[in-house]
Design a protein around this ligand. Structure first.
Ligand code: ATP
Ligand code: MG
Length: 364
């Protein structure tokens, strides 16, 4: 029986190379664990433009709306720089996010012990770190009206508006509490209610959703500036952090870089629950298409593989299988295998994308 449906959109640059390793792992779960996924594949970004003349075809968009999880590689490349704005590869990605209404962006910061020396923090502060930042992705100051530069000459002024409605706060709060139930059961909400009215409302509504629907989860509140400080000072105190679009942008970049290379960072973007109870979901590595190393077999596939691990956990409720995959990656790194992006100066030979895939499969 099928566990669920996945749409794979490898995209451009190193996207297809790293996604090829994920496909092997999906096949492994079918053969060895009896977990069959209903997998289809399509084009996005420059690859879609080359074939269909648009960065995301309507049929692909429809398919993305139907499946349990979309896995995306990366989009873009210098050869598409000349295209009209509306045809650029990135527009394909933005269309997916917008039409699937993916309002909750998940960025884990997870430390693999073998890479603890990659962090600028001391090993005792960083080793064993496993936190999740939930960033509100479709509202707040990025979209609030009025916005713009008004007036003339030196009398000009710029305006942005941070605006959050109660339902917008409720839904992202629920998403964070649901995650916490699958993790360590703790949420810390961050805003700046001391200076921002939207922050006051944020704190009130997150507390209300907690009290009414998730009293079993431990909730704390922090001002976002203090939160940023704590994130660097003692990051292991956090499990799930939920915050708005702007603070989430800053805090997730800080948290991610506590741990290491761009080639190691997965992400998920979730929307409202579908009829089967699973959220609309898209999983993708944080890195882009890396045109400088595309086609050379040098890319680190781990960010993309960890994105699939997040899909196992958060779309298919297969937390134990996700743990298995994370442990295989941990083992391979502990054995000393490194793609080029993970190398220091100590003369270790890097492995290729496919060799990293081989090793992870062997460890599984
Ligand atoms: P985008 O605009 O699509 O986000 P970007 O300009 O931010 O792209 P990325 O494509 O994310 O850049 O990558 C930046 C650099 O980091 C690349 O040029 C590449 O050298 C390196 N890099 C990114 N991802 C990986 C990976 N998976 N493995 C190895 N190196 C990587
Ligand atoms: Mg980038």
């Amino acid at each position: 029986m099928s566990v669920g449906s996945i749409l794979i959109l490898p995209g451009d640059g190193i996207g297809p190379e790293v996604m090829a390793q994920v496909r092997r792992i999906i096949d492994w779960y079918g053969e060895k664990r009896g977990l069959d996924f209903d997998v289809s594949e399509d084009l996005v970004g420059g690859a879609a433009y080359d074939k269909y003349g648009v960065p995301l075809a309507d049929e692909t968009m429809d398919k993305a709306q139907q499946v349990d999880a979309v896995l995306l590689g990366a989009v873009g490349g210098p050869q598409y720089d000349v295209l009209d704005f509306s045809l650029k590869p990135e527009r394909g990605l933005l269309r997916l996010r917008k039409e699937m209404d993916l309002y909750s962006n998940l960025r884990p910061a997870q430390c693999f012990d073998a890479l603890a020396d990659f962090s600028s923090l001391k090993p005792e502060i960083i080793s064993g770190l496993d936190i999740m930042i939930v960033r509100e992705l479709t509202g707040g100051v990025y979209f609030g009206e009025p916005r713009g530069i008004f007036g003339e000459g030196d009398a000009r002024y710029g305006i942005n508006t941070q605006r959050y409605t109660v339902p917008e706060i409720e839904r992202v709060a629920r998403s964070a509490f649901e995650l916490a139930r699958k993790r360590d059961g703790r949420v810390c909400s961050m805003e700046k209610g001391n200076v921002m009215e939207s922050g006051l409302l944020w704190r009130e509504i997150v507390q209300k959703v907690h009290d009414e629907e998730y009293p079993d989860v431990e909730l704390s509140h922090m001002y976002a500036d203090a939160g940023g400080m704590q994130l660097v000072r003692a990051p292991k105190q956090f499990d799930v952090i939920v915050t708005d679009n702007l603070f989430g942008d800053l805090l997730s970049d800080v948290a991610a870089m506590l741990t290491g290379s761009l080639g190691m960072l997965p992400s998920a973007s979730l929307g409202a629950p579908m009829e089967n109870g699973r959220p609309k979901a898209m999983y993708e590595p944080v890195h882009g298409s890396a045109p400088d190393i595309a086609g050379q077999g040098k890319a680190n596939p781990i960010a993309c593989i960890l994105s699939f691990s997040m899909a196992l956990r958060y779309s298919f409720d297969l937390g134990t299988e996700a743990d298995r995959l994370d442990a295989a990656i941990e083992k391979v790194l502990a054995d000393g295998l490194r793609t080029a992006d993970l190398l220091g100066q100590d003369g270790v030979q890097p492995v290729s994308t496919a060799e990293m895939g081989d090793a992870i499969l062997a460890a599984l």
